[in-house]
Design a protein around this ligand. Structure first.
Ligand code: PMT
Length: 416
């Protein structure tokens, strides 16, 4: 990251004691950090400490004439490349969700066009309260990124989700939107992204089929995030019960072979192909035209392998940048790396699946691998996670384009 301007808003939670460390780490990465303290944050951390580590006077009052004379709050809002609130209390989340602006920090959040990231920290019962969850959902739907919270021992002596992420985890998340300087708002403008999502349904007879537990939530969240990143999005989607995202072209299919055909019918203009669908690996050899009768105690159904859509796209000459998913029940890293290599993908996103994880859950945790690199994303709402994944995919894809342009080769994707 080259010099970047970050407003760090600190609100009144015990995790505020970690913020001097957070400021130091952000500055180590080249950021200028302007600290804004709320009234209750001053109970947990001092202005003197924060001023010493940030090298800038701490701001806290909307009505401070001296500070306003140096840089007014609108000017400060414009100065920021990013606003980070850590720790974020339930109170600040409620204020941001309602759009009220009674103090300097909330006013800056309303007055800025920069991305806003918040790292919640509160008691786990408070975090799970429907009012807080509703505010979280509202903020996510408006593009605010929620970092964490992590699960574990809490200052109140209880255990559960509500701990603020560690400063190094927050810094890693903050770096992503600042990493591609001039194209932060729409890194994928002008690009076409195709995403497969949901399960496929393989008929056995006119009334029965083989399928799996995929809900389509992960793929749909990626479609929304890719759209928000400026891409034209084509979503090829198996049978799901969630509504099509706005602004996304949705092609509904049923079987793996339908999905294969729909994908290849539109793949030629696609820049990035993301295979998030849980495609049935097998189908019945012989789909019966009439309903199978229960005349025997045992019944065997012969299965045959379905075409591998992702592998077929990957084999295309001058094909798109390919991102696969790996759904595993164990040995996540090993299986994912071997799929990355055997399918020769640009990237693979690995997630554990099982009862209540991966499939049909609202949250997911993933490890992403590419040749020469990897990144972990802790458990987060799939909509939030999708934004982080699209930011990473865009970064790697654009690096490939830039590398090609610099060597004056015709534009094609590199497999780094
Ligand atoms: O839909 P949700 O409920 O939100 O759940 C999300 C998810 C768990 C389904 C998603 O995150 C996920 O992991 N999707 C991939 C599931 C899967 O089929 O993984 P796999 O390891 O079997 O397949 C590897 C890759 O090949 C995947 O990108 C898959 O889309 C692709 N594939 C597999 C078989 C096939 N015939 N064609 C393919 O394109």
């Amino acid at each position: 990251m080259t010099q970047k301007n970050i407003i760090l808003g600190i609100t009144g939670g015990i995790a505020a004691y970690k913020t001097p460390e957070l400021v130091r780490r952000l500055r180590e990465r080249g950021a200028d950090v302007q600290v804004v303290l709320t009234r209750s944050a001053r109970e947990f951390v001092t202005e003197t400490t924060l001023q010493a580590v940030s090298g800038l006077p701490v701001r806290s009052d909307l009505w401070d004439k001296g500070a306003e004379a140096a840089m007014g709050h609108i000017e400060l809002a414009r100065w920021a490349d990013l606003i980070l609130i850590a720790p974020a209390t339930a109170e600040i989340m409620a204020r941001l969700a309602s759009g009220s602006a009674p103090d300097l920090l909330t006013t800056l959040c309303l007055a800025t066009e920069a991305p806003v990231l918040i790292a919640p920290a509160m008691n786990h019962v408070m975090w799970k309260n429907p009012a807080v969850q509703e505010n979280r959902d509202k903020l996510i739907s408006r593009g605010v990124r929620i970092l964490g919270p992590a699960s574990g021992d809490q200052a109140c002596g209880e255990t559960g989700p509500g701990r603020m992420l560690e400063p190094n985890e927050i810094v890693a998340a903050v770096m992503a939107p600042l990493a591609v300087p001039d194209i932060v708002q729409a890194p994928l403008a002008g690009m076409t992204v195709m995403i497969t999502a949901g399960p496929t349904r393989e008929a056995i007879d006119p009334v029965r089929y083989i399928t799996n537990r995929s809900s389509g939530k992960m793929g749909f969240a990626l479609a929304v995030a890719a759209r928000q990143a400026g891409a034209k999005v084509i979503l090829v989607c198996g049978p799901v019960s969630i509504p099509a995202p706005e602004g996304v072209e949705c092609i509904n299919v049923e079987s793996a072979r339908d999905m294969f055909a729909a994908t290849h019918a539109r793949i030629d203009d696609v820049n990035i192909f993301i295979a998030a669908a849980a495609v049935a690996d097998y189908r019945a050899v012989d789909e019966k035209t009439g309903k199978i009768k229960k005349s025997t105690d045992e019944l065997s159904i012969a299965l045959v392998k379905n075409p591998d859509i992702l592998a077929s796209v990957d084999r295309m000459h001058n094909g798109p940048f390919t991102v696969g998913f790996a759904a595993e029940t164990d040995n996540l890293g090993d299986y994912a790396r071997s799929k990355l290599e055997s399918k020769r993908l640009n990237m693979i996103v690995a997630n554990l699946v099982g009862k209540n994880i991966g499939f049909d859950a609202d949250e997911n945790a993933v490890e992403v691998f590419w040749l020469g690199g990897e990144q972990s994303f802790p458990l987060a709402d799939k909509r939030q996670l999708a934004q982080d994944l699209i930011a990473l995919i865009a970064e790697r894809y654009l690096q490939g384009i830039n590398a090609d342009t610099q060597t004056e080769l015709p534009i094609m994707m590199v497999r780094d």
